[in-house]
Design a protein around this ligand. Structure first.
Ligand SMILES: [Zn+2]
Length: 326
């Protein structure tokens, strides 16, 4: 058998050759760390299902972010957890809302050295726990849009670099873009949760944000995981409505959707490596079923290889602490 002209194993003979020909590289600069901020002071509670991830009051969070900045974190996504919830999600809007208040403090301190993006959705702020305003027992799409737009403008006024609408209402990117333009925030990025699927992988996140719906579920607005072409319809709408970055969420069970996005659009594509995906890795590592570093790098590389330019991941702090990436 000496007549084989092409032997793929030549590329795999040692680490120098493997690195030389590797097609995919995960880079720290493409990763975003999510944070959860709540009202109050002196609060730092580890989320039971997400070891190493906390919900913190602003005083504690700003210390955490100082430490993380020294570690090398330069990009974050912020989720606010208010004290009060009501039917109108009124604590989501205004300069004293938990999101804008936190953004302002971070941007005053760090300016452009820290990229601050923030979630735009109502589920942590409504007493129903749904992502929109309830009318006649249903999440009312068009009644939700102005509230989302107000929330986005409040964040932009606080200096937020990027708003991330995650609610899956129809027309919300356009509603937010129009309001941002009208208010003079021409440079605020919109990272749209374009294909956000109704997923069981969000369980730990709902612990973190205390945002599980009281009754019903989110399948009336988040996407059905049986659908692939529908994601491209959502993508076309978000591009037309003015999204700057388009996202697929969750990531690992949706690599085909990430790949479709990459082939269909020239905008940056993001993927959210969600709480349940993080929890699975942590549980496997804890039970000594696999090496944590190896699992994390395999998962993130797969997401990147599928076509994501940007990955939101709870693993970023561990990656930097462990020096897992160059
Ligand atoms: Zn929501």
């Amino acid at each position: 058998m000496s007549d084989m002209m092409y032997r793929p194993r030549r590329h795999r003979r040692n680490v120098n050759i493997r690195d030389l020909v590797a097609e995919t590289d995960v880079r720290v600069k493409n990763l975003i760390q999510p944070y959860f901020v709540c009202e109050g002071s002196g609060i730092k509670q580890e989320i039971a299902s997400m070891p190493g991830i906390f919900r913190e009051s602003l005083d504690s969070l700003s210390k955490t972010i100082d430490d993380d900045f020294r570690l090398g974190i330069r990009r974050l996504m912020l989720f606010g957890i208010p004290d009060k919830k009501d039917a109108a999600a009124s604590s989501a809007v205004g300069c004293n809302a938990i999101g804008p208040k936190t953004v302002r403090q971070l941007k005053d301190k760090y300016g452009d050295d820290l990229f601050v993006s923030a979630d735009v959705c109502l589920c942590a702020y409504t007493d129903s726990g749904h992502c929109g305003i309830i009318k006649n027992d249903r999440v009312d799409n068009d009644a939700t849009l102005p509230v989302l737009a107000d929330m986005a403008v409040s964040l932009a006024e606080a200096g937020c670099d990027c708003v991330g609408p995650s609610d899956m209402m129809d027309g919300r990117v356009a509603a937010i873009r129009e309001r941002l333009e009208a208010a003079g925030f021409h440079e605020t990025l919109i990272m749209a949760y374009t294909a956000k699927y109704a997923s069981s992988y969000y369980g730990p996140f709902r612990d973190a944000c205390d945002s599980a719906p009281g009754k019903g579920d989110r399948r009336g607005y988040q996407m059905d995981f049986r659908n692939r072409r529908e994601a491209l319809a959502e993508l076309a709408l978000d591009v037309e409505e003015g999204a700057d970055i388009v996202m697929v969420k969750p990531a690992l069970a949706y690599l085909d959707i990430i790949s479709d996005f990459r082939r269909s659009v020239d905008l940056p594509v993001a993927a959210y490596n969600v709480s349940g995906e993080y929890a699975m890795v942590k549980l496997m590592a804890k039970e000594n079923l696999a090496d944590e570093k190896a699992l994390v790098l395999e998962n993130l590389t797969a997401i990147k290889r599928a076509g994501a330019d940007i990955i939101l991941t709870y693993h970023l702090r561990d990656i930097l602490k462990g020096g897992w990436l160059d």
